[in-house]
Design a protein around this ligand. Structure first.
Ligand code: ZN
Length: 154
């Protein structure tokens, strides 16, 4: 196993210790739960989507490991003021970045638009950690599709 500390870059540590958008949202019009049984990460995601299909606000509550918390913290900041379509595109880009071997990815396209979230690229060497990093995103997908059942990473 290569150096796990590589995963815990400053940004991830910062977001896990001081998660942004970490609050309930009583007036949310979309809400979804996510659970990663492998690690025990749990979160509830709140969205406020306007009539034009733009995500005006995003927040989360829950408890989980540093990776899942940091991912939810950064994701909720990133999808604010994005359209639903754009958020779905970001899901695909992020999912590819953390699940596909990097040699299969086009370096000119991999992670484009993810900004700082590209730091999670390193988790693809740790399959158990991929579930932590993607939990918030799977939950987002369910919230966008207005699914009632909880998102599972399994
Ligand atoms: Zn975890």
């Amino acid at each position: 196993m290569s150096d796990l500390r590589d995963l815990y870059q400053d940004l991830i540590v910062d977001h896990s210790k001081n998660p942004r958008n970490f609050r309930e949202m009583p007036d949310a019009n979309r809400c979804a739960d996510g659970f990663n049984p492998l690690c025990g990460d749990k979160l509830r995601l709140y969205l406020k989507i306007d009539d034009e299909g733009v995500i005006r606000d995003a927040s989360f509550k829950g408890s989980g490991c540093a990776i899942s918390t940091a991912s939810a913290s950064m994701m909720t900041g990133m999808i604010k003021n994005q359209s639903i379509e754009r958020a779905r595109d970001l899901f695909d880009t992020f999912h590819q970045l953390v699940t596909r071997p990097h040699e299969e990815l086009d370096p000119n396209e991999a992670g484009i638009g993810l900004g700082k979230m590209a730091v999670f690229a390193g988790v693809n060497e740790f399959p158990a950690r991929v579930k932590c990093a993607t939990l918030a995103w799977h939950t987002l997908k369910n919230a966008l599709e207005d699914k009632q059942e909880a998102a599972h990473t399994e």
